[in-house]
Design a protein around this ligand. Structure first.
Ligand code: ATP
Length: 135
C-alpha cells in the first residue's frame, strides 16, 4: 500500500485536535504505520520545507513549526497520499478548504492550517526518510 507523511502541526496539538485528526484518518480507512509526538529544531524544519526557502513566509513558517510539540505519522493505505490531502482540504482554510475537511472545519489562517500531508510519491519518500530514517 502507499505511504504518506502526515503532521499535526503545533496549532493542532495546542488546540487538542490530535484525536480528531487521527479519527478522521482511521475512519477513512487509512492505517497508522508510525506515530510520534516530537518537538523539532530549525534544521529539520528547514529541510522539511526546503521548497519554500526564500519565500516571504518561510521564516514565520520555521518559527511556527518549531514552536511546540507536533505529531508526525506515517499513514498507509490505498492512494494514501491523495486520500489524506482530500481529508486535509486546500492550503488556505477559508478560501480553498471546504467544510467537511480538517482545514475547512477547524482552520482560519493559512499558516495555522493544522496539518501537513506529502503532496506526491517523491515527497512522501523524501519526507518519510527525513523524519524516520536512520541518521
Ligand atoms: P503542507 O505542505 O503543510 O501540507 P500545503 O502543501 O497545503 O501545506 P504549501 O504551499 O506546501 O501548502 O505550504 C506549506 C505551508 O506553509 C502551509 O501549509 C502553510 O502552513 C504555510 N504557508 C503557505 N503559504 C503561506 C502564506 N501565504 N502565508 C503563511 N503561511 C503559508
Amino acid at each position: 500500500a502507499e505511504r504518506t507523511l502526515v503532521l499535526v502541526k503545533p496549532d493542532g496539538v495546542q488546540r487538542r485536535l490530535v484525536g480528531e485528526v487521527l479519527a478522521r484518518i482511521e475512519r477513512k480507512g487509512l492505517s497508522l504505520a508510525a506515530l510520534q509526538l516530537r518537538t523539532i529544531d530549525a534544521e529539520l524544519a528547514k529541510r522539511h520545507y526546503a521548497e519554500h526557502e526564500g519565500k516571504p513566509f518561510f521564516g514565520d513558517l520555521v518559527e511556527f513549526i518549531t514552536s511546540g510539540p507536533l505529531v508526525v505519522a506515517v499513514v498507509q493505505g490505498p492512494r494514501a497520499i491523495a486520500a489524506f490531502r482530500q481529508l486535509a482540504g486546500g492550503t488556505d482554510p477559508v478560501e480553498k478548504a471546504t467544510p467537511g475537511t480538517i482545514r475547512g472545519d477547524f482552520g482560519l489562517e493559512t499558516q495555522y492550517n493544522l496539518v501537513h500531508g506529502s503532496d506526491s510519491a517523491e515527497s512522501a519518500a523524501r519526507e518519510i526518510e527525513l523524519w524516520f530514517g536512520s541518521k
